[in-house]
Structures are given as structure tokens and as C-alpha cells.
Design a protein around this ligand. Structure first.
Ligand SMILES: *Cc1c(COP(=O)(O)O)cnc(C)c1O
Length: 371
């Protein structure tokens, strides 16, 4: 079989469309080389590195219009480690979870395993849909997921009872609208919407969440030092982390926040751009007889990760194989979903023009492989 060559004029300028990690902007990498020389390899306890941590914290506060009293916490280990911190340090007795894909399910599995907590109260929804949040009597935490990265579904972020609202915003933060007053811990790794590298979690923490963290720590519960959120709070207030952070991640995220503010003004400006880009992708899918958006509820359709089902006549694995051979990367559907599907990241760093080129590439391939 002869390989399909995509004409160069159809190709995107940047072929990175993976849902995790995000494309890192080449300009940010160049800036890292410029600014990082003299910073990487120096002590993270000294002011020059701490200034960059503070710059990231301030930038995030500005971008999100953080309400008074909310702190920006930084924790080492990414969202996966942060789930453990939340189970140790924020959930008092029982958590309500909404499970509608891989990542929301993973946090539920963490609180389920924790022997010091009651079994979680889990509300399930079919992949491609989202469960509405509802009151959860007996639960002291509501665990929401802003963007379920595995299915391309966005959850509404709202307060429905007195429980603390914890939001895994790892892929949604910076691309989806949010009113932080409706949240108590809005947390995200920095390698998705903020186009940095992995390993660090940022979180907006409300005064109520700080009080809970302190109360749980004072209750005598065993909390591993590495996962202790009182330690993370202490360090974050001094623009540090408990152990050595990836300084390159701090810098890349700080560049990305500054770039968002410069180019789009504020979070609403970024979101407006996300709406444009995602409309482009979903409209394309709707107009092809062999494609359709997987998520049918328009309000649930993500503005940062698009999932597009293909007709059996167009094999998604083959489309992705040809794309990859032509330098267009990582739009495989989530394996465990088992669908004939493309999953296309539209994170803030990814340009509208490149998404338009992506769709042209898929058209080009589909015309040639359709059976
Ligand atoms: C990627 C992702 C995670 C995992 O993040 P890590 O930094 O790799 O731990 C968790 N939740 C969501 C929604 C994600 O998209």
C-alpha cells in the first residue's frame, strides 16, 4: 500500500494536537532558553526563582480574577498526587463524585481506597454525557471535573449544597469559564491549558478550604508529609514548594499566563477564542457525512478537547496513522472508550488556523481511505 502524502499546503504549521500534554508554544521554549539560562540549576530557595513562582501565582490570580481571600497553592506531583492530598487533607468523612470518564473515575477510586473515609457517593453518567451536580447529604466534599479529558465533556461548575467544591480543572483551566466563588479547591496540572511541562499542580484555595485543611490536620489523622496540604500552603505563601520543583514548568506556565493576558486580556477573552476554535471543529464534523461530534448535548461539549466519531467506513486508527506519518500528532481517541473516534485538543496554545488545517488533512485522508 502506498503511503498517503498530505500536500504541504494543507499541513498545520504546528502538528501537535494531543490532549495531554499540550503543545508548548515554540516562542515559550525560546524564552525558556533565554530566561532559563542562569535560573535553571540555581537554588529554588533564593529570590530569583521564588520571584518566578510569585509571577506565576500573581498571573493566575489576575487571569482568573481570583476572589479576595483565595490563595494560589502550588504542589509537586501533578493532579494524580493532588488527589491523594485531597483524600488525606480535605475530605473529612465522605466525598460525592461524578464519574463520567477516566479522570473523574480515578479520583473516585482514590477516596474509595482510603480506609479512613467512608465509601464515596458516586454518581455515574454514560461516557459522552455529564451528570448534573446535586445535593449530597452526608458528604463534606463535592468532586467535580471541569473537563473530562477522556470524553470531551465539560461539567457545569456550581455549588449545590454546603459541601466544599473541589474541581479537577487539569485540562479545563484557562480554557473554560469559571466563577471561582463557586469553588473551594480549583486545581490543575500545568501541562494542559497552561502549555508547560508536567509535575506541578496549581490550585485556587478558598478561605473555607484553608479552614478545612487546618481542621483535618489538627484532628490527628495521619497525613504523609509529602502530601500534607498545610505544608504546601506554608511553602506556597513563601513562593516555594516542599521539595524541588521543575523550575522549567514554573517558567513555561508563567510565560503562558502572561501570553494569555497580553493576547486575550482576561479569561473571558481566552474563552471567546476557545468558542471560536471549537465551533470550527464541531461544525466541520457536523458537515461531513462520515463524522459527527460524540457529545450531543451542546452545553456539555468541551471547548478544549473535541471528540469526533467517525463512520465505520473511515477507520480512525488509519486516519491517525497517516496523520502521524505526516507529522500531525496524537489525536487518538481514548483507548478504553473503544470508539472509532478522533480526540482533538484545542488548548489555548493551539491556533485556529492549525485546527482548520487539521480538518483539511483529515478530509484529504478520508477521501482516500473510505471503504
Ligand atoms: C491529565 C489529567 C489528569 C492527570 O494529570 P497528571 O498531571 O498527569 O497527574 C487529571 N485530571 C484530568 C482531568 C486530566 O486531564
Amino acid at each position: 500500500m502506498t503511503e498517503i502524502e498530505i500536500p504541504p499546503e494543507l499541513l498545520p504549521r504546528d502538528g501537535r494536537f494531543g490532549s495531554g500534554p499540550s503543545k508548548v508554544r515554540p516562542e515559550a521554549l525560546a524564552e525558556l532558553a533565554r530566561v532559563g539560562d542562569g535560573l535553571l540549576g540555581t537554588s529554588h530557595r533564593q529570590s530569583r526563582v521564588k520571584d518566578q513562582v510569585a509571577r506565576l501565582q500573581d498571573g493566575l490570580r489576575t487571569l482568573f480574577g481570583a476572589p479576595p481571600g483565595y490563595e494560589v497553592l502550588l504542589a509537586v506531583g501533578g493532579a494524580t498526587a493532588f488527589w491523594e492530598s485531597l483524600a488525606f487533607g480535605v475530605v473529612e468523612q465522605r466525598a460525592r463524585h461524578y464519574r463520567f470518564g477516566e479522570f473523574s473515575g480515578k479520583f473516585a477510586a482514590v477516596t474509595e481506597k482510603a480506609p479512613w473515609l467512608a465509601d464515596p457517593d458516586v454518581v455515574d453518567a454514560e461516557p459522552g454525557t455529564r451528570p448534573p451536580a446535586g445535593p449530597a447529604p452526608g458528604c463534606d466534599v463535592q468532586a467535580l471535573t471541569h473537563n473530562e479529558t477522556s470524553t470531551g465533556v465539560a461539567q457545569a461548575i456550581e455549588r449545590v449544597d454546603d459541601a466544599l467544591v473541589l474541581v479537577d480543572a487539569t485540562s479545563g483551566a484557562g480554557g473554560l469559564p469559571v466563577d471561582l466563588t463557586a469553588t473551594d479547591v480549583y486545581y490543575f496540572s500545568l501541562q494542559k491549558g497552561f502549555a508547560a511541562d508536567g509535575g506541578l499542580t496549581a490550585a485556587f484555595v478558598s478561605p473555607a478550604a484553608v479552614a478545612r485543611i487546618e481542621a483535618v490536620a489538627a484532628s490527628g489523622r495521619f497525613i504523609p508529609t509529602f502530601l500534607d496540604l498545610t505544608t504546601a500552603l506554608d511553602n506556597s505563601r513563601k513562593h516555594q514548594t516542599y521539595n524541588t520543583p521543575a523550575v522549567a514548568t514554573v517558567l513555561l506556565a508563567a510565560f503562558q499566563v502572561d501570553w494569555m493576558l497580553e493576547r486575550f486580556g482576561d479569561l473571558a477573552g481566552v474563552v471567546a477564542h476557545q468558542v471560536e476554535k471549537s465551533d470550527l471543529v464541531y461544525r466541520w464534523a457536523e458537515q461531513r457525512p462520515w463524522a459527527s461530534p460524540f457529545v450531543t448535548d451542546l452545553d456539555a461539549r468541551s471547548r478544549v478537547v473535541a471528540t469526533v466519531d467517525l463512520d465505520p467506513s473511515v477507520d480512525a486508527d488509519e486516519v491517525n496513522r497517516v496523520l502521524r506519518a505526516n507529522g500531525v500528532l496524537d489525536t487518538d481517541g481514548y483507548r478504553k472508550l473503544g470508539r472509532n473516534q478522533l480526540r482533538i485538543a484545542m488548548f489555548p496554545a493551539i491556533e485556529a488556523d492549525d485546527l482548520a488545517s487539521y480538518t483539511a488533512c483529515v478530509d484529504h485522508i478520508a477521501e482516500r481511505i473510505a471503504t
